[in-house]
Design a protein around this ligand. Sequence first.
Ligand SMILES: [Fe+2]
Ligand SMILES: [Fe+2]
Length: 193
Amino acid sequence: MLKLKLATDPRWANIAEKSLGEILTDHAYCEQKAATSGINMINFCPWHPRLVSEMAALVAEEWGHFRKVLKELEKRNLPLGHKRKDEYVIQLLKLKFGGGNRSNNTCENLLINAMIEARSCERFRVLSLNMEDKYFREFYHEFMISEAGHYAMYIDLAKDFMPEKYVNERWEEILEGEAKILAGLELRGDRVH
Ligand SMILES: [Fe+2]
Ligand SMILES: [Fe+2]
């Protein structure tokens, strides 16, 4: 369904499991950033009722995710810790076309968000299938389902701004670009991306 061009090595789940506190911290910030980008989309496009409504729901859901991850840290008496530099997202943002009109720019923002949701969904799937702890397999399964819904919503919303054919072609380009970015990044047990 996600049609990603590069699959994550399933052994990553076992590396991540060994640094659970760190992966939870990174995950918590991913959820926080997802909520923030929903708020930014509302500020960017307040004249579009469907976008505002979809983003309002998304922000609430992502904030709920943030709180769920935070609870896991609290259970283990772990502090949230500092936000790390997100090299994946920094490089992904460079794939955006600049200088288009507002519709074009909104479409770019929506597709980059869709990309982050799609990759997060894939990573959560790898965790949900390969972690040894059953509790966390179920924990990540729920996140996987939710991020898959966000990915589909972002792609669909992009079609409100640009023609479907354009969105599909542009999505293909972003998928190609993302695979190249990921191939150049180290697969770390303490990062979601
Ligand atoms: Fe989320
Ligand atoms: Fe999400």
